[in-house]
Design a protein around this ligand. Sequence first.
Ligand SMILES: Cc1cc2nc3c(=O)[nH]c(=O)nc-3n(C[C@H](O)[C@H](O)[C@H](O)COP(=O)(O)OP(=O)(O)OC[C@H]3O[C@@H](n4cnc5c(N)ncnc54)[C@H](O)[C@@H]3O)c2cc1C
Length: 245
Amino acid sequence: MSGGPLSFPARFFCSPLVQSSVSNFRPDGNRKVVKSDLVIGTDGAHSAVRKLLMRQVRMDYSQQYIGHGYKELTIRPTSEREFRMDHGSLHIWPRQTFMMIALPNKDKTFTCTLFMPFEKFEEIKTQDEVLAFFEREFPDAIPIIGQENLINDYLKNPVGPLMTVKVKTCLFVCFVVVFLNIPPPFFQCKPYHYQDFCVILGDAAHAMVPFYGQGMNCGFQDVLVLDKVSPPFFSSWGVVSCLTI
Ligand SMILES: Cc1cc2nc3c(=O)[nH]c(=O)nc-3n(C[C@H](O)[C@H](O)[C@H](O)COP(=O)(O)OP(=O)(O)OC[C@H]3O[C@@H](n4cnc5c(N)ncnc54)[C@H](O)[C@@H]3O)c2cc1C
């Protein structure tokens, strides 16, 4: 394959990286093996590409879940298709061990995210329990979300886990190593790539809990660094490969 990103209409699973090919399982159940020159894994915290890399290189890696999870609820627009709250403000309902936030979207909805310990989510299973919990903790949010939507969203939407993923280095560190010529052992660089064929970026390489508000920025920073290191070196990633201890 020459140029252009691979698109994954279905789930992307593995085949040995050493064969420089990826298998793309399509919705019809057929498997298509795609030969590629370069795979950039930006498939998030549960990255399939990272799992493949870990089988090919001695990657130092750590993953840690926190005790809180998150559930998303939606605040719909008004009948006049307007925001239900001021969309220029940050909406936060802090409650000691848990909190809810609401962030505006372009379609005039808000995404409400309830961050809470898993044990507390497990206590709330029925319609009555959802309503009682919101009446006690977030009574002003009920008319904004709408009682029926609240119960439906709450019971339907999953509780997502929150985790930190650390592969021992990120592209930013490698950029510093390459351009400031600081020896790799100082940074304990470990591979986050496989030769000149595969690299992971974004949450796949370094997921963090959302409370830092930095996950997306770090992903963008990876892209900037990749852009900086790639033009002269892209044809031969030997420069980056040499950082591997
Ligand atoms: C609740 C919450 C709030 C957050 N708030 C903030 C914030 O305020 N500020 C901030 O900077 N960051 C925030 N983050 C973190 C931010 O969302 C992530 O850092 C960012 O989305 C990472 O981008 P990414 O492209 O690396 O991965 P993702 O956004 O996770 O994208 C990965 C993509 O790969 C796809 N994918 C996964 N597996 C496969 C597969 N096998 N085949 C094909 N496709 C696949 C997924 O469907 C997805 O589209 C928050 C995260 C959460 C969970």
